[in-house]
Design a protein around this ligand. Structure first.
Ligand SMILES: *Cc1c(COP(=O)(O)O)cnc(C)c1O
Length: 369
């Protein structure tokens, strides 16, 4: 549907398709909400940490007041955790906010933005919302081809998005490759290193991107509280960059973009190292459970470093939609990725062991049809 309002580039936006809400699927398929398994949005299957829930409830007493628009207490927690000054931190209404702020701050209509094919759906949306020219660079083995991305940088390129680990494919680029890439990017091009899943990385894969921020004034590291920290519904994330970037993001954000309940919960969650470790361990076990099942079913999958896995459910271009529908009818919500150009695949978030089991059984039924 189009209207006569607004610029062409806004009218051309295809709205973001998220994972379907449980209540929605229950209504459509006549199912009991309590028996639905949702493995569609890379949420933490443990829910929010109890520490964060308590902090949020305590903060609710003051919800009649505006939040601290500068997030003093939360920034103090982050300052201590990462050993960076408070003026290097931007708080966001989800890390999605940080990605959009970057597009608004650095890209004018007609200028180009680079990201990888099969990368996060928000990158093209944020680009289009500001009239930017999207350059989606062909993926290599479903992941980023950083050499090709660096080669593609044009005179008008202002922004590059790199998701590591990547969503939806779960692919990972090691720290040495990223450093090599950072060296190749001209200083007037901003790189957003989107690390929504970094807490799930095995210790031997982890790298210190915050240290790179000191070295590169054009690097913005983005982190989310929605995935391992279990706060997806509260909407909170943050960006870390030198003041040359951070100052601009803070000028254009809404003054109260992060609500007070989210700020309180985030402080507690960031300090809850036990919860993070337990979540990462649960995820690692669930990953093995899922890929063991895929191997048994002879289904190709993409090795993943996130809290989700891509599995190929057929060779025809209706396979993803067909198997997805058969799963929905059984009360299992996963994510079809046809909109990413991967119609033969489904992305499955890693759940609790029993949720994974229900999904595997439903998948077997769906494939038998
Ligand atoms: C989930 C996700 C985000 C954003 O999550 P928020 O809930 O907005 O913090 C950002 N980048 C990637 C790659 C993601 O998968």
């Amino acid at each position: 549907m189009s209207s006569q309002f607004g610029p062409d580039y806004v009218r051309a936006i295809a709205p973001y398709q998220g994972g379907r809400p449980i209540a929605d699927v229950a209504r459509e398929f006549g199912l009991d909400e309590n028996r639905i398994v949702k493995l569609a949005s890379n949420e933490n299957p443990l829910g929010m940490p109890e520490s964060a829930r308590q902090a949020m409830l305590a903060a609710a007493a003051d919800a009649g007041r505006y939040p601290d628009g500068n997030g003093f207490a939360l920034k103090a927690t982050l300052t201590e955790k990462y050993n960076v000054p408070a003026d290097w931190i931007t708080l966001g209404n989800g890390s999605n906010d940080i990605l959009e702020l970057a597009a608004h701050a650095f890209v004018q209509p007609g200028q180009s933005v680079i990201f990888a094919q099969y990368s996060f759906a928000i990158y093209p949306l944020a680009t289009q919302a500001v009239g930017g020219r999207a350059m989606a660079i062909a993926a290599k083995d479903f992941g980023h081809d950083l050499d090709a991305m660096a080669d593609a940088i044009a005179d008008d390129t202002r922004l590059i998005f790199v998701a590591n680990p990547n969503n939806p494919t779960g692919t990972f680029i090691n720290g040495a490759q990223i450093q090599k890439f950072l060296q190749r990017v001209p200083p007037d091009v901003v790189i957003v290193l989107d690390e929504a899943y970094m807490e799930f990385l095995a210790p031997e894969l982890q790298y210190d991107s915050i240290a790179w921020v000191s070295q590169y004034p054009n690097l913005l590291v983005s982190r989310s509280m929605s995935k391992v920290y279990g706060l997806a519904g509260l909407r909170i994330g943050y960006g870390i960059a030198q003041p040359g970037i951070t100052d601009l993001l803070n000028r254009i954000r809404q003054p109260f973009n992060v609500n007070s309940l989210a700020q309180a919960a985030a402080i507690a969650a960031l300090n809850d190292t036990e919860f993070v470790a337990r979540s990462a361990a649960l995820n690692a076990a669930g990953y093995r459970q899922l890929i063991t099942a895929f191997e048994g079913l002879k289904l190709p999958y993409i090795p993943s470093c996130g809290n989700f896995v891509m599995v190929k459910v057929g060779d025809d271009n209706d396979a993803g939609a067909r198997v997805n529908l058969a799963l929905l009818k059984q009360g299992v919500i996963v994510r079809p990725v046809g909109n990413y150009g991967l119609p033969q695949w489904l992305r499955v978030s890693i759940g609790l062991p029993q949720e994974n089991e229900i999904f595997i059984a439903a998948l077997k039924t769906a494939l038998a049809k």
